[in-house]
Design a protein around this ligand. Structure first.
Ligand code: SF4
Length: 319
Protein backbone atom coordinates (compact mmCIF):
# COMPACT_ATOMS: atom_id res chain seq x y z
CA UNK A 1 0.00 0.00 0.00
CA UNK A 2 1.35 3.39 -0.97
CA UNK A 3 1.50 6.00 1.73
CA UNK A 4 0.07 9.35 0.79
CA UNK A 5 2.63 12.12 1.16
CA UNK A 6 1.40 15.51 2.19
CA UNK A 7 3.20 18.59 0.95
CA UNK A 8 2.91 21.80 2.87
CA UNK A 9 3.79 25.16 1.39
CA UNK A 10 5.63 27.57 3.64
CA UNK A 11 5.77 31.23 2.74
CA UNK A 12 9.28 32.15 3.81
CA UNK A 13 8.67 35.77 2.81
CA UNK A 14 5.36 37.43 2.06
CA UNK A 15 4.35 40.89 0.89
CA UNK A 16 7.88 42.30 1.12
CA UNK A 17 8.21 45.67 -0.60
CA UNK A 18 11.11 48.09 -0.44
CA UNK A 19 13.21 50.20 -2.73
CA UNK A 20 16.95 50.48 -2.94
CA UNK A 21 18.38 53.79 -4.13
CA UNK A 22 21.59 53.90 -6.20
CA UNK A 23 24.63 54.29 -3.96
CA UNK A 24 22.86 53.60 -0.67
CA UNK A 25 23.36 50.83 1.86
CA UNK A 26 20.18 49.22 3.10
CA UNK A 27 20.49 46.93 6.10
CA UNK A 28 18.18 43.93 6.32
CA UNK A 29 17.94 42.71 9.91
CA UNK A 30 15.94 40.22 11.94
CA UNK A 31 16.39 36.99 13.86
CA UNK A 32 17.24 33.69 12.15
CA UNK A 33 14.28 32.52 10.10
CA UNK A 34 12.86 36.02 9.64
CA UNK A 35 13.28 35.82 5.86
CA UNK A 36 16.34 38.05 5.33
CA UNK A 37 18.39 35.62 3.29
CA UNK A 38 15.38 34.40 1.30
CA UNK A 39 14.59 38.01 0.39
CA UNK A 40 18.19 38.62 -0.68
CA UNK A 41 18.27 35.44 -2.76
CA UNK A 42 14.99 36.32 -4.47
CA UNK A 43 16.41 39.72 -5.46
CA UNK A 44 19.37 38.02 -7.13
CA UNK A 45 17.06 35.35 -8.60
CA UNK A 46 19.09 32.68 -6.83
CA UNK A 47 15.56 31.72 -5.73
CA UNK A 48 12.58 32.29 -8.00
CA UNK A 49 9.80 34.10 -6.12
CA UNK A 50 6.38 32.49 -6.65
CA UNK A 51 4.74 35.92 -7.01
CA UNK A 52 5.62 39.58 -7.16
CA UNK A 53 8.30 41.48 -9.00
CA UNK A 54 11.89 42.61 -8.53
CA UNK A 55 12.38 45.76 -10.58
CA UNK A 56 15.95 46.50 -11.57
CA UNK A 57 16.80 49.82 -13.25
CA UNK A 58 19.61 49.40 -15.75
CA UNK A 59 22.29 51.93 -16.61
CA UNK A 60 20.38 52.87 -19.79
CA UNK A 61 17.34 53.86 -17.71
CA UNK A 62 15.13 50.93 -18.66
CA UNK A 63 13.62 48.75 -15.94
CA UNK A 64 13.48 44.98 -16.03
CA UNK A 65 11.53 42.62 -13.77
CA UNK A 66 14.10 40.10 -12.57
CA UNK A 67 11.38 37.83 -11.25
CA UNK A 68 9.78 37.51 -14.67
CA UNK A 69 12.62 37.34 -17.21
CA UNK A 70 13.83 34.05 -18.68
CA UNK A 71 17.17 32.53 -17.68
CA UNK A 72 18.56 33.58 -21.06
CA UNK A 73 17.47 37.18 -20.58
CA UNK A 74 18.83 37.09 -17.04
CA UNK A 75 22.33 36.04 -18.07
CA UNK A 76 23.55 39.46 -19.31
CA UNK A 77 22.07 41.06 -16.17
CA UNK A 78 23.87 38.80 -13.72
CA UNK A 79 27.20 40.69 -13.85
CA UNK A 80 25.40 43.76 -12.49
CA UNK A 81 24.27 41.94 -9.32
CA UNK A 82 26.80 40.11 -7.22
CA UNK A 83 26.92 38.53 -3.80
CA UNK A 84 29.50 38.45 -1.03
CA UNK A 85 28.96 35.37 1.09
CA UNK A 86 29.13 34.89 4.82
CA UNK A 87 31.78 32.27 5.22
CA UNK A 88 35.14 33.11 3.63
CA UNK A 89 36.34 29.60 4.58
CA UNK A 90 33.76 27.59 2.68
CA UNK A 91 32.80 29.97 -0.13
CA UNK A 92 36.17 29.69 -1.92
CA UNK A 93 37.06 26.52 -3.81
CA UNK A 94 40.23 25.18 -2.11
CA UNK A 95 41.38 23.53 -5.35
CA UNK A 96 41.43 26.78 -7.31
CA UNK A 97 44.07 29.48 -7.14
CA UNK A 98 43.03 32.98 -6.17
CA UNK A 99 43.49 34.02 -9.80
CA UNK A 100 41.16 31.28 -11.00
CA UNK A 101 38.57 32.10 -8.33
CA UNK A 102 38.50 35.82 -9.05
CA UNK A 103 38.55 35.42 -12.84
CA UNK A 104 35.93 32.64 -12.90
CA UNK A 105 32.91 34.98 -13.31
CA UNK A 106 34.68 36.71 -16.23
CA UNK A 107 35.31 33.33 -17.87
CA UNK A 108 31.71 32.19 -17.32
CA UNK A 109 30.36 35.34 -18.93
CA UNK A 110 32.99 35.30 -21.70
CA UNK A 111 34.29 38.76 -20.82
CA UNK A 112 37.64 39.95 -22.20
CA UNK A 113 40.65 38.19 -23.61
CA UNK A 114 42.86 36.13 -21.32
CA UNK A 115 45.27 39.06 -21.03
CA UNK A 116 42.47 41.50 -20.24
CA UNK A 117 41.08 39.16 -17.60
CA UNK A 118 44.52 38.86 -15.96
CA UNK A 119 44.84 42.64 -15.85
CA UNK A 120 41.37 43.02 -14.41
CA UNK A 121 42.09 40.41 -11.72
CA UNK A 122 45.40 42.07 -10.79
CA UNK A 123 43.66 45.44 -10.61
CA UNK A 124 40.80 44.28 -8.37
CA UNK A 125 43.21 42.38 -6.08
CA UNK A 126 45.07 45.66 -5.54
CA UNK A 127 41.81 47.48 -4.89
CA UNK A 128 40.82 45.03 -2.13
CA UNK A 129 44.22 45.30 -0.45
CA UNK A 130 45.88 42.15 -1.82
CA UNK A 131 48.81 41.83 -4.20
CA UNK A 132 48.60 40.75 -7.84
CA UNK A 133 51.11 37.97 -7.10
CA UNK A 134 48.61 36.48 -4.63
CA UNK A 135 46.70 35.14 -7.63
CA UNK A 136 49.10 32.18 -7.81
CA UNK A 137 48.29 31.02 -4.27
CA UNK A 138 45.46 28.91 -2.86
CA UNK A 139 42.81 30.10 -0.35
CA UNK A 140 44.23 28.08 2.55
CA UNK A 141 47.33 30.31 2.52
CA UNK A 142 45.24 33.32 3.61
CA UNK A 143 43.69 34.53 6.85
CA UNK A 144 39.91 34.89 7.28
CA UNK A 145 39.99 38.61 6.51
CA UNK A 146 42.13 38.07 3.41
CA UNK A 147 39.79 35.33 2.21
CA UNK A 148 36.87 37.69 2.54
CA UNK A 149 38.83 40.21 0.48
CA UNK A 150 39.20 37.50 -2.19
CA UNK A 151 35.41 36.98 -2.04
CA UNK A 152 34.87 40.72 -2.45
CA UNK A 153 37.32 40.78 -5.37
CA UNK A 154 35.40 37.93 -7.03
CA UNK A 155 32.16 39.89 -6.66
CA UNK A 156 33.57 43.22 -7.84
CA UNK A 157 35.62 41.96 -10.78
CA UNK A 158 32.33 41.98 -12.72
CA UNK A 159 31.87 45.70 -11.96
CA UNK A 160 28.37 45.24 -10.56
CA UNK A 161 26.05 48.03 -9.48
CA UNK A 162 24.29 45.99 -6.77
CA UNK A 163 26.13 43.91 -4.19
CA UNK A 164 24.26 41.75 -1.70
CA UNK A 165 26.43 41.14 1.34
CA UNK A 166 24.91 38.24 3.28
CA UNK A 167 26.39 38.30 6.79
CA UNK A 168 29.63 39.25 5.03
CA UNK A 169 31.60 40.05 8.18
CA UNK A 170 29.91 37.91 10.82
CA UNK A 171 32.47 35.07 10.58
CA UNK A 172 35.39 37.47 11.16
CA UNK A 173 37.09 38.73 14.33
CA UNK A 174 35.89 42.14 15.48
CA UNK A 175 39.07 43.98 14.47
CA UNK A 176 39.06 42.31 11.05
CA UNK A 177 35.35 43.12 10.66
CA UNK A 178 36.16 46.82 10.96
CA UNK A 179 38.85 46.56 8.27
CA UNK A 180 36.54 44.73 5.85
CA UNK A 181 33.69 47.19 6.51
CA UNK A 182 36.02 50.11 5.84
CA UNK A 183 37.10 48.42 2.64
CA UNK A 184 33.48 47.91 1.56
CA UNK A 185 32.77 51.61 2.24
CA UNK A 186 35.81 52.73 0.22
CA UNK A 187 34.87 50.45 -2.67
CA UNK A 188 31.29 51.73 -2.57
CA UNK A 189 32.57 55.27 -3.15
CA UNK A 190 35.00 54.24 -5.85
CA UNK A 191 32.60 52.02 -7.84
CA UNK A 192 29.25 53.71 -6.97
CA UNK A 193 27.97 50.49 -5.48
CA UNK A 194 24.56 49.90 -3.94
CA UNK A 195 24.61 47.48 -1.01
CA UNK A 196 21.93 45.28 0.44
CA UNK A 197 23.54 44.38 3.73
CA UNK A 198 22.00 41.33 5.40
CA UNK A 199 23.12 41.12 9.01
CA UNK A 200 22.15 40.23 12.53
CA UNK A 201 24.81 42.36 14.22
CA UNK A 202 22.92 45.57 14.96
CA UNK A 203 26.00 47.48 16.03
CA UNK A 204 27.58 46.85 12.62
CA UNK A 205 24.33 47.81 10.87
CA UNK A 206 24.09 51.02 12.87
CA UNK A 207 27.50 52.16 11.71
CA UNK A 208 27.40 50.86 8.15
CA UNK A 209 23.90 51.36 6.77
CA UNK A 210 21.96 54.41 5.56
CA UNK A 211 18.56 52.81 6.12
CA UNK A 212 17.38 49.66 7.86
CA UNK A 213 14.56 47.25 7.11
CA UNK A 214 13.54 45.03 10.03
CA UNK A 215 12.02 41.65 9.18
CA UNK A 216 9.84 39.41 11.32
CA UNK A 217 8.12 36.22 10.21
CA UNK A 218 8.80 36.83 6.53
CA UNK A 219 7.61 40.44 6.41
CA UNK A 220 9.15 43.87 6.78
CA UNK A 221 7.77 45.34 10.00
CA UNK A 222 9.74 48.57 10.04
CA UNK A 223 11.77 50.58 7.52
CA UNK A 224 13.58 53.78 8.49
CA UNK A 225 16.76 55.81 8.19
CA UNK A 226 19.34 54.23 10.48
CA UNK A 227 19.61 57.10 12.98
CA UNK A 228 15.85 57.39 13.36
CA UNK A 229 15.38 53.66 13.78
CA UNK A 230 17.96 53.36 16.55
CA UNK A 231 16.90 56.59 18.28
CA UNK A 232 13.18 55.99 18.10
CA UNK A 233 12.13 52.49 17.00
CA UNK A 234 8.42 52.46 16.20
CA UNK A 235 7.61 48.77 15.97
CA UNK A 236 7.51 46.74 19.20
CA UNK A 237 9.59 44.02 17.56
CA UNK A 238 12.31 46.51 16.60
CA UNK A 239 12.38 47.66 20.23
CA UNK A 240 12.70 44.05 21.37
CA UNK A 241 15.52 43.44 18.91
CA UNK A 242 17.42 46.54 20.07
CA UNK A 243 16.82 45.66 23.74
CA UNK A 244 18.67 42.41 23.29
CA UNK A 245 21.90 44.31 22.56
CA UNK A 246 24.01 45.99 25.25
CA UNK A 247 24.53 49.51 23.86
CA UNK A 248 27.49 51.57 25.07
CA UNK A 249 25.81 54.63 23.53
CA UNK A 250 23.63 56.48 26.11
CA UNK A 251 21.33 57.63 23.26
CA UNK A 252 20.21 54.04 22.76
CA UNK A 253 18.42 52.96 25.91
CA UNK A 254 16.06 50.06 25.56
CA UNK A 255 14.24 48.17 28.24
CA UNK A 256 11.79 46.08 26.36
CA UNK A 257 11.34 42.37 26.11
CA UNK A 258 9.45 40.05 23.84
CA UNK A 259 8.94 36.72 25.59
CA UNK A 260 8.51 33.53 23.59
CA UNK A 261 9.95 32.13 20.41
CA UNK A 262 10.21 33.53 16.89
CA UNK A 263 7.06 32.65 14.93
CA UNK A 264 7.21 29.33 13.08
CA UNK A 265 6.75 30.10 9.34
CA UNK A 266 4.70 26.90 8.92
CA UNK A 267 2.24 27.98 11.63
CA UNK A 268 2.16 31.75 11.66
CA UNK A 269 -0.14 33.35 14.23
CA UNK A 270 -3.22 35.05 12.82
CA UNK A 271 -3.38 38.82 12.46
CA UNK A 272 -0.09 40.40 13.45
CA UNK A 273 2.42 37.52 13.58
CA UNK A 274 4.14 39.23 16.50
CA UNK A 275 0.98 39.47 18.65
CA UNK A 276 1.65 36.45 20.95
CA UNK A 277 4.91 38.13 22.04
CA UNK A 278 3.87 41.76 21.98
CA UNK A 279 3.22 43.56 25.28
CA UNK A 280 1.19 46.19 23.39
CA UNK A 281 -1.17 43.69 21.76
CA UNK A 282 -4.71 45.08 21.68
CA UNK A 283 -8.11 44.27 20.12
CA UNK A 284 -7.32 44.25 16.36
CA UNK A 285 -3.91 42.53 16.63
CA UNK A 286 -4.88 38.81 16.80
CA UNK A 287 -7.33 39.19 13.91
CA UNK A 288 -6.11 41.86 11.49
CA UNK A 289 -2.72 41.76 9.79
CA UNK A 290 -1.21 45.26 9.89
CA UNK A 291 0.04 46.72 6.59
CA UNK A 292 3.37 48.45 6.30
CA UNK A 293 2.24 52.07 6.35
CA UNK A 294 4.05 55.41 6.26
CA UNK A 295 4.39 56.78 9.80
CA UNK A 296 6.64 59.78 9.11
CA UNK A 297 8.64 61.07 6.13
CA UNK A 298 10.94 58.25 5.10
CA UNK A 299 9.61 55.90 7.78
CA UNK A 300 7.11 53.09 7.81
CA UNK A 301 5.94 50.44 10.24
CA UNK A 302 3.51 47.52 10.17
CA UNK A 303 1.77 47.95 13.51
CA UNK A 304 -1.78 48.90 14.49
CA UNK A 305 -0.39 51.31 17.06
CA UNK A 306 0.43 53.54 14.09
CA UNK A 307 -2.84 53.00 12.21
CA UNK A 308 -5.18 56.03 12.44
CA UNK A 309 -8.14 53.61 12.26
CA UNK A 310 -7.18 52.28 15.71
CA UNK A 311 -5.81 55.52 17.09
CA UNK A 312 -8.08 55.84 20.14
CA UNK A 313 -7.69 52.25 21.38
CA UNK A 314 -3.94 52.36 20.57
CA UNK A 315 -3.54 55.51 22.65
CA UNK A 316 -5.32 53.83 25.57
CA UNK A 317 -3.06 50.77 25.19
CA UNK A 318 0.25 52.60 25.37
CA UNK A 319 -0.73 54.93 28.25
FE1 SF4 B 1 2.00 44.58 18.78
FE2 SF4 B 1 -0.39 44.85 17.69
FE3 SF4 B 1 1.65 46.27 16.78
FE4 SF4 B 1 1.51 43.66 16.32
S1 SF4 B 1 0.11 45.20 15.55
S2 SF4 B 1 3.29 44.79 16.96
S3 SF4 B 1 0.62 42.93 18.22
S4 SF4 B 1 0.71 46.40 18.82
Amino acid sequence: MMRKRTVSVIRAVDDVTFDLQPGETLGLVGESGSGKTTTARCILRALAPSAGSVLFRQANGTTVDLAAVSENALKPLRPHMQMVFQDPFSSLNPRMTVGQIVSEPLVIHGLGTRREREERVADILRKVGLKPEHRMRYPHAFSGGQRQRIGIARALVMRPSLVVADEAVSALDVSVQAQVLNLLKDLQGEFQLTYLFVAHNLDVVRHFCDRVAVMYAGRIVELAPTDALFRDPQHPYTRALLSAVPWPDPDVKMHFEAPGEVADPSRLPSGCAFHPRCPHCFEPCPAVRPDLRVTAPGRSAACHLHDPAFASSAAAKIQ
